[in-house]
Design a protein around this ligand. Sequence first.
Ligand SMILES: Cc1ncc(COP(=O)(O)O)c(C=O)c1O
Length: 383
Amino acid sequence: MRPEAVAALAEEAARVGNPSSVHQAGRAARKVVEEAREVVADRLGAHPTEVVFTSGGTEADNLAVRGLGRPADGAVTPRRVVVSAVEHHAVLDPAAWLAAHEGAELVLLPVDDAGTVPLSALEEALDGARGPGAVVSVMWANNEVGTVQPVAGLAAVARERGAFVHADAVQAVGRLPVDFAAAGLDAMTVSAHKLGGPVGVGALVVRRGVPVEPLTHGGGQERGLRSGTVPAALIRSFAVALDLATAERQAEAARVAGLRDALVAGVLREVPDAVVRGPWPGTAAGALARLPGNAHLTFPGCDSEVLLFGLDQAGVAASAGSACQAGVQQASHVLAAMGVPAADARGAVRFSLGWTSTAADVAAVTDVIGEVVARARAAAHLG
Ligand SMILES: Cc1ncc(COP(=O)(O)O)c(C=O)c1O
């Protein structure tokens, strides 16, 4: 967490007051929440009434996929759900749930070998009568291989065909220019802990006038879309982190992309047969084709678990697929969708860099990677 976000969290958590209470302390907490809402909306290109605070990205994704375009009266109509094959499980699993429990027709959009969804795939999925009322969800940027999707183009295709369109922007906000209104989206997910804010808070931005059915029912907070006591301290801390992340975004993206490029070059120098997956180079036609802090490398002849263990012993924290699935050894659905055979995906490692990363961190990886890979190869050979 950014120190400023920690300070805001600590200060606010020490105060009494439920933002929904009418007493003085409650009104003060409400003011904190509404000021934060204005900051969050402004930095995301949205109107304050469009921001619905949630417990994080997973809840916001579920709310969008399951509730978007559905009137709050709870009427269930089986429908078409169109998501990319490389979505986070927070989108894939509620989409699969709708198919299993409500008879929704689920369409998985294919990606190319860099992980990009072609506009033509969405056009085909929403062809003719299949467009109106469908829910489309394509992430702004991928958490495993860093691919930046053509969100505005996809949103235009969806809306022209009468579909509702959501983007999971958890990885994009604070790293790429993100403007909700300009992108033409109906809904967008954000999570605070990806920007130096606290874990346990995020938001679904919902365009005004777009119907959404809530997942939780209770006190009616957040315009009835997210019942539950509103966590003023988490929300204030989220706004502080988002404000800093967006203010520093441009300079930080350039700095971090430079470090990432040095990391990839250093790893390839030590392990020349390592393979970079996802868009490479990371910048195309002056724009970021890939998240600036994402380096995804596959080491032939290695198991990623053995690599991660060796790196961890050397003081390097890296992940295989998404950290959220760590501990469960599974081939990455993202690499599979990109056409990478399971055997080639086995030695995948994702290095993530962020606002705290330095050139010394890069050197720490390049110093040890050769030996870590050699040991992992020997282990695979023995095994
Ligand atoms: C793309 C993406 N979507 C959703 C999530 C889930 O967000 P949260 O951890 O806030 O629930 C993550 C990772 O945490 C992510 O990388």
